[in-house]
Design a protein around this ligand. Structure first.
Ligand code: ATP
Length: 356
């Protein structure tokens, strides 16, 4: 498969702690999987750079990322800077700049992990989030600043191309799954323009996928169903805002935010995709050595899949599953006592001795 060139952006908060753990695991994988190799470059993009130099990404930085095969990202967020500034100047600048229009968020209750739901129902969902427009398009503005009649707007923006490309991606993903079922999440009863287009596009393309069962569910009903009947949920495609919220719910249902992975995908592979744990900077635990690295390590599995390193991805996922199943090295957010180091060592040990 050759050498994969990876840009590593640890970012803010606990990002550097979990990304260095996951990078160590990836490097160990190259000694186990003979054909796998990485060339990495670490970039100091984030809030510290912003406070010192006035920008999180150096000029031309997003364009320079195009020469990489993938991006491995930690987190963006710092109490000294407003959240919308960090998000838009770092993570969203990369996602939009590189046309990573599909965000994938698998949520699976792994053996050994106790979720908050009674009876531990089987949970295996794949939430696909429209990642470049919708409610987070960035369109809008403020006028009459500081006056009593100040106005602010955030415009939800839906294009037929944007709807179609992410929905087709979701149909393709559903094809690779056991249930072969795709749920379109909507709110077209209340949002009568963009969300109606979102629904119409779905209706117009679903005939191309006769092997996939489909349904349309309102976002509020979907939130309830994810809790009351999670086993009935397979692949879900939702707008930027709706999937943002539903995927945090899914992460909580499968144990912890610290375990959940994500990928910002350019399905055509014309630009590199970016992989990151879904948790944020978690400033309350920075430097404690207790951050759960499994969300970052699972994100590395998604990165390996995108790089077509199927065997390495399977080995790493099995190592994560075995650490969870054995339960000896679970971090605090999953009910254990293990430190970031202990969890990382357990994953490395399981990679080296998969059958023990
Ligand atoms: P941001 O504003 O950057 O999104 P945040 O600190 O508001 O970050 P999260 O980082 O998403 O929110 O997480 C909320 C809480 O969950 C954290 O404060 C932390 O206590 C816990 N948490 C999140 N990620 C982890 C992790 N990897 N390991 C352990 N605990 C975590």
């Amino acid at each position: 498969m050759g050498t994969h060139k990876i840009a590593i952006i640890p970012g803010d908060g606990i990002g550097p702690e979990v990304i260095s753990a996951a990078t160590e695991v990836l490097m160990r994988l190259t000694t186990i999987e003979a054909s796998l190799d990485f060339e990495t470059e670490e970039l100091d993009w984030g809030s510290e750079r912003y406070l010192k130099k006035g920008h999180m990404i150096p000029p031309g930085g997003v364009e320079a990322l195009r020469s990489f095969d993938a991006i491995f990202f930690g987190s963006a967020g710092d109490p000294r800077i407003p959240d919308h500034v960090t998000l838009w100047n770092l993570r969203l600048a990369i996602c939009q700049g590189l046309d990573q229009y599909a965000n994938i968020r698998p949520a699976r209750l792994l053996p050994g992990i106790e979720g908050p739901l009674k009876g531990s129902p089987e949970i295996d969902m794949l939430i696909i989030r429209e990642n470049s427009e919708g409610e987070y398009s960035g369109a809008g503005g403020r006028v009459h600043s500081s006056l009593a009649h100040e106005v602010a707007t955030d415009v939800s923006l839906f294009t037929s191309k944007g709807c179609e490309q992410v929905q087709r991606f979701a149909f393709e993903k559903a094809r690779g799954r056991k249930q072969k079922k795709l749920t379109l999440v909507t709110k077209s009863n209340a949002q009568r323009h963009g969300m109606v287009l979102w629904d119409e596009v779905f209706e117009s393309i679903k005939g191309d996928y006769p092997d996939i069962r489909t349904e349309r569910v309102l976002v509020d009903a979907m939130a309830a169903r994810m809790v009351s009947e999670p086993e009935s949920v397979d692949v879900v495609v939702a707008s930027n805002l709706h999937a943002d919220i539903l995927s945090d719910l899914a992460a909580a249902l499968t144990g912890s935010l610290g375990l959940a992975p994500t990928g910002n995908i350019n399905p055509e592979k014309t630009t590199p995709s970016m992989f990151e744990p879904i948790h944020g900077s978690a400033f309350d635990i920075i430097g404690h050595g207790s951050a759960n690295p499994l969300g970052a390590i699972w994100s590395a599995v998604l990165m390996l899949e995108q790089l077509d390193e199927v065997s390495a991805a399977q080995k790493l996922m099995q190592a994560i599953e075995s650490v969870c199943r054995e339960g000896k090295a679970l971090p605090r957010d999953l009910g254990g006592q293990a430190s970031t180091r202990d969890v990382t060592d357990a994953v490395l040990e399981s990679l080296e001795n998969p059958d023990s």
